[in-house]
Design a binder for this molecule. Structure first.
Ligand SMILES: O=C(O)CCC(=O)C(=O)O
Length: 320
C-alpha cells in the first residue's frame, strides 16, 4: 500500500488547521475581497461587529416579531419563542431531532453524491472513497462539502424550509431574519493527519463574523460520539467578550484563553445519534473537533439579517 500523503502547504484545510494566525488570515484575503466587492456594507460589519458596543447598538435595530400561527413543523410542537429565550440566555438550544426518514434520506444523498475535499472543487470524490481519494490527490483530506448539490436533495430542502427554523430565527434575530446558508459536509478521520494536526485542531475555538446577527442550525446526519468530531460550544460566550478578543482581526483564539474567561464548565461537547440537532448563536465561541475514528456528516442551515451573499450560501471560500 502507498504511504499516506501529507498535505501540501497551500491546502486551505491544512492552513486552517495548522497554519499560524497570519497565514490563516492571508489565506482568507481572496474570500474577504469577494465579499467586499459583492457587498461594500460587509467591511463595516467585518471591522465593527466583533466589538460589543457596536453589536449591542445593532441588536437595538432588530424589528419586533409577532408570534404567528405557522404551518406544522417536522420538529413537532416546539415553540419558537421558548427556543429564542434559551438562545438569549446561553447562546444555544439543543432539543431538536430530525424525523428518521428525513435524516436517512439526507444521509443517503450525501453518501451517493460526490463531495469536494478541503473546499477545493478539483478534489471531487465519493465519501466512501475517501482513503483512495487522499492517495489519488496526494493530499490529507479532512472535509468534503456538497455545496449547491445539497439543493437537489428534497429532504434537505424540507429542513431548510421548515417553518420552525425561520420562526426561531425571527424571534431571536428580529423580523428581518433571512436564510443565508445551507450546507452539508463530511469531516473525515484521516490516517495521514499528524499528531500536530490532531492537537492543534482542539485549539480552534472561533466565532463567526459573516453578518451582524446570525443563527445556525446544525444537524448530525451520522452518529457523533467523542471520536467522531463532536461540535463544542461555549455557553454564554455569545454576549460577553474579553476586550482583547474584540480588538483583533482574528476570530480564532487559543482554548485556554477562551476557557479561562468563560470557565471550563461553560464548554459543552455535543454528541448524539444521527438526527440530533441544535441551534446556536455563532458569535459565541465554538469549534468542530477533528474526527478521530468515524466520519461525521453534518447539515447547517444559517440565518442572518443582511443581504445574503452568493458565496457564503454553501460555505465556499474563494481560492486563488
Ligand atoms: O464543524 C463544526 O462542528 C463547526 C462548524 C463551524 O465552526 C462553523 O460553521 O462555523
Amino acid at each position: 500500500m502507498l504511504d499516506a500523503p501529507k498535505s501540501k502547504p497551500k491546502d486551505l484545510e491544512a492552513i486552517a488547521r495548522t497554519g499560524g494566525p497570519l497565514r490563516r488570515m492571508a489565506a482568507r484575503i481572496p474570500t474577504y475581497l469577494t465579499d467586499l466587492r459583492e457587498n461594500p456594507a460587509w467591511l463595516p460589519m467585518f471591522l465593527l461587529a466583533r466589538t460589543m458596543p457596536f453589536r449591542r447598538a445593532h441588536w437595538l435595530t432588530a424589528k419586533p416579531v409577532k408570534t404567528l400561527k405557522t404551518a406544522s413543523s417536522m420538529f413537532g410542537e416546539i415553540k419558537a419563542d421558548d427556543v429564542a429565550a434559551e438562545l438569549k440566555k446561553t447562546g444555544i438550544f439543543t432539543g431538536l431531532t430530525l424525523p428518521d426518514t428525513v435524516q436517512k434520506e439526507i444521509a443517503r444523498f450525501a453518501r451517493e453524491t460526490p463531495c469536494f475535499g478541503n473546499f477545493e472543487r478539483k478534489l471531487e470524490f465519493l465519501a466512501e472513497e475517501h482513503d483512495e481519494a487522499e492517495r489519488r490527490f496526494g493530499r490529507t483530506i479532512l472535509s468534503g462539502h456538497h455545496y449547491e448539490r445539497v439543493l437537489q436533495c428534497e429532504a434537505a430542502v424540507a429542513v431548510q424550509q421548515d417553518p420552525l427554523l425561520l420562526n426561531v430565527a425571527k424571534h431571536y434575530l428580529g423580523g428581518e431574519a433571512k436564510l443565508i446558508t445551507t450546507r452539508t459536509w463530511w469531516s473525515f478521520p484521516t490516517k495521514s493527519a499528524s499528531e500536530a494536526d490532531l492537537s492543534r485542531a482542539s485549539f480552534k475555538f472561533h466565532f463567526d463574523l459573516d453578518d451582524w446577527r446570525m443563527l445556525k442550525f446544525f444537524f448530525y446526519l451520522s452518529d457523533v460520539d467523542a471520536d467522531a468530531g463532536p461540535h463544542v460550544y461555549v455557553c454564554g460566550s455569545h454576549n460577553r467578550r474579553r476586550m482583547k478578543h474584540q480588538l483583533t482581526l482574528l476570530v480564532g483564539h487559543a482554548e485556554e484563553e477562551v476557557l479561562e474567561f468563560y470557565g471550563e464548565e461553560s464548554a459543552i461537547t455535543l454528541t448524539g445519534k444521527a438526527g440530533y440537532g441544535f441551534v446556536e448563536d455563532p458569535f459565541g465561541f465554538h469549534m468542530g473537533t477533528l474526527a478521530k475514528q468515524t466520519p461525521r456528516l453534518m447539515m447547517e442551515v444559517g440565518f442572518g439579517v443582511s443581504k445574503p451573499s452568493k458565496r457564503r450560501y454553501h460555505g465556499e471560500p474563494v481560492i486563488r
